[in-house]
Write a protein that binds this ligand. Structure first.
Ligand code: MG
Length: 272
């Protein structure tokens, strides 16, 4: 089996210090956490911005300070979130894609409900973000909240806006979106083209179960407080602890963990 790429999503848009003291929200905290997770075995860090009130932001200063700080400490692959919780304008969502050390970006190829809001990604926005990523030489991670988003990604390939092999990320277990089940996971696997790579992001208690399924079926794994703040029922986790647990599981299952350079090779990312 291919070596395992572990992504850490340390911050996201939602968890606050009141919910868990372990969530990094300032550039300095995100830099330190990304470095700890790199040392624990993560080869990609998925970055979200927060403002002084811990609210999601696309502020370019947050991203440039954080990206440069992480790059200065380690070789982990920097993946920029283009998520919409920090504001919905095309320009704001694409703002950090031009940072010179960024190598990947998330791209959701359709719309879906979040627990208390709609996550709107209309076709023109998806094409705009795909094109901007292409211009900056970024490898997109296609965020899949339902099967239609896979066919939308294949349409981007036809339009010349997305290169193959595609790297997908199956997001499951988020209220309002696709629940986690082995059947749903298998269905997604059956729906992606041969030669694709895929990651999984289980939300809440689905994080560990979905990760385990991905480990044994050849997929990659994302963990982190963005998707799940608990290590076990009622016990808060740190990002590094969540990464360390996946490393241990992989070792027990005989699956080697990829270094960032090996991850670049697997995902066909050109090192900047
Ligand atoms: Mg995200």
């Amino acid at each position: 089996m291919e070596k395992l790429i572990i992504t850490v999503a340390p911050t996201g848009s939602l968890p606050t210090k009141a919910q868990t003291p372990h969530v990094p929200v300032t550039p300095a905290e995100v830099i330190q956490d990304a470095y700890d997770c790199y040392n624990a075995g993560a080869s990609i860090v998925h970055i979200h911005g927060r403002d002084k009130e811990q609210k999601p932001t696309h502020d370019i200063n947050f991203f440039s300070e954080t990206v440069a700080g992480i790059k200065g400490k380690c070789n982990i692959i920097l993946q920029i979130s283009t998520g919409g919780r920090a504001g919905q304008t095309y320009e704001s969502r694409a703002q950090a894609l031009g940072l010179k050390d960024a190598e990947m970006a998330s791209l959701t190829t359709g719309s879906v409900n979040f627990p208390n809001s709609a996550y709107v990604n209309e076709p023109a926005l998806v094409e705009y973000l795909a094109k901007t990523m292409q211009e900056h030489g970024l490898k997109p991670e296609i965020e899949i909240f339902d099967v239609s988003m896979i066919s939308n990604a294949l349409d981007l390939v036809k339009k010349g806006l997305l290169a193959t092999p595609i790297h997908f990320n199956f997001v499951m277990g988020l209220k309002g979106a696709m629940p986690f089940s082995l059947k749903n996971y298998s269905h997604l696997l059956d729906s992606i083209p041969a030669g694709s790579t895929w990651n999984v992001s289980g939300v809440g208690k689905a994080q560990l179960e979905l990760a385990a399924h991905s480990l044994v079926s050849g997929g990659h794994v994302r963990v982190g407080l963005e998707d799940n703040i608990y290590y076990s029922k009622g016990v808060l986790a740190t990002n590094a602890q969540l990464v360390e647990r996946i490393v241990r599981l992989a070792q027990e299952l005989g699956r080697e963990v990829a270094t960032p350079d090996e991850a670049r090779e697997i995902l066909q990312i050109k090192k900047k």
